[in-house]
Write a protein that binds this ligand. Structure first.
Ligand code: SAM
Length: 312
């Protein structure tokens, strides 16, 4: 119990539940000395020019000059892994981290205070294993983002069926076969998002209960079916959009590939901005978005695409 006799308080033995939990003692501990802390910043939100909304730019996202500072509400992406896919550049690990760091800094610039960053990442190799997610966490924290949690995406039976056992039924060298990926969640400067324009949340109670859990289970999508070597399912950006944005806000995917984030944004009444360096994928994404809009033939959707303003 805390001083006022209401709710629970962090104790040496932990607490079974958390009701009006008073955690001030925990957060004041020296453990937090070395981590970025919340900043006292005024909420600012710039408007993106209409012609740059609902658009995929065919260029490197290392420079996103089309987006003003403090203009994006959520970034969700899966970066290239530098593992020899056709779009990878064969960088050294240090060069690869420097490249991504440049992108995360741009993301920091364009996000509104409290805006979230959601990075989908799988770890690499076995001999030895490269915990890519650990390095990305370090780099993103160094920029000043506040880490908010991580999601284990359990791909279950849809994970590619690896038979690299290491040593079959022998203790000599059995190898772990990943059936999961990570999604790392951060926010810029503050924990809370302001909502001065009183925009509407669209998440249902069932979704909220499910999406706030740290393990998500849904299948991967077929690369062949989508026409891109490494798409994530639409479900992934959909969940973050529902959790972290209000209707009419802007979602950025700096490595948008086949356009899954754009489709999830349109479905939920949000605007998208994407970057993609490969012209073929930009064409693919634009075609998939167009097909999606025609399939739904929703006049409301068309109207909001035409309107192209964040002032809704
Ligand atoms: C892992 S894929 C993302 C797939 C996407 N999530 C989807 O569902 O289709 C990474 C994408 O980043 C693109 N890419 C690589 N370097 C880039 C850069 N510097 N700027 C923008 N896009 C880049 C690649 O062409 C590739 O399509």
């Amino acid at each position: 119990m805390n001083k006022k006799g209401k709710g629970t308080k962090t104790s040496k033995f932990g607490v079974p539940g958390r009701i009006n939990h008073d955690s001030s003692q925990f957060y004041a501990s020296r453990l937090y000395e070395d981590f970025p802390t919340e900043k006292k910043v005024k909420y600012v939100e710039s408007t993106i020019p209409k012609e740059n909304l609902n658009k995929i730019f065919c260029k490197s996202c290392e420079n996103m000059e089309e987006l003003p500072d403090n203009s994006v509400h959520l970034m969700v992406t899966s970066p290239p892994y530098n593992v020899g896919k056709e779009y990878d550049q064969n960088l050294s690990f240090t060069e690869y981290r420097e490249f991504l760091k440049k992108v995360w800094k741009e993301v920091y610039r364009v996000l509104v205070p409290g805006g979230r960053v959601c990075i989908n990442i799988a770890n690499l190799g076995r001999k030895p294993y490269i915990p890519l997610h650990a390095f990305i966490i370090k780099d993103v924290l160094d920029i000043g983002f506040l880490m908010r949690g991580e999601i284990i995406w359990n791909k279950g039976s849809s994970a590619s069926p690896s038979t690299a056992w290491g040593s079959w039924l022998s203790a000599k060298n059995p190898t772990l076969r990943d059936v999961h990926e990570y999604i790392l969640v951060f926010s810029k400067d503050t924990f809370k998002r302001e909502n001065p324009k009183k925009r509407e949340s669209t998440i249902s109670k069932e979704e909220f209960l499910e999406f706030t859990r740290s393990v998500w289970t849904f299948p991967a999508v077929s690369a062949k079916k989508i026409g891109h070597p490494a798409p994530f399912p639409e479900e992934l950006p959909y969940r973050f959009i529902q959790l972290y944005t209000f209707k009419g806000e802007v979602v950025l995917d700096p490595f948008i590939g086949s356009g899954q984030t754009a489709i999830a944004a349109i479905k939920t009444g949000r605007y998208y901005v994407g970057y993609e360096i490969n012209e073929e994928y930009v064409k693919l994404a634009d075609k998939r978005i167009k097909n999606f809009l025609h399939r739904f033939k929703s006049p409301k959707l068309f109207d909001y695409i035409k309107k192209g303003t964040t002032n809704v």
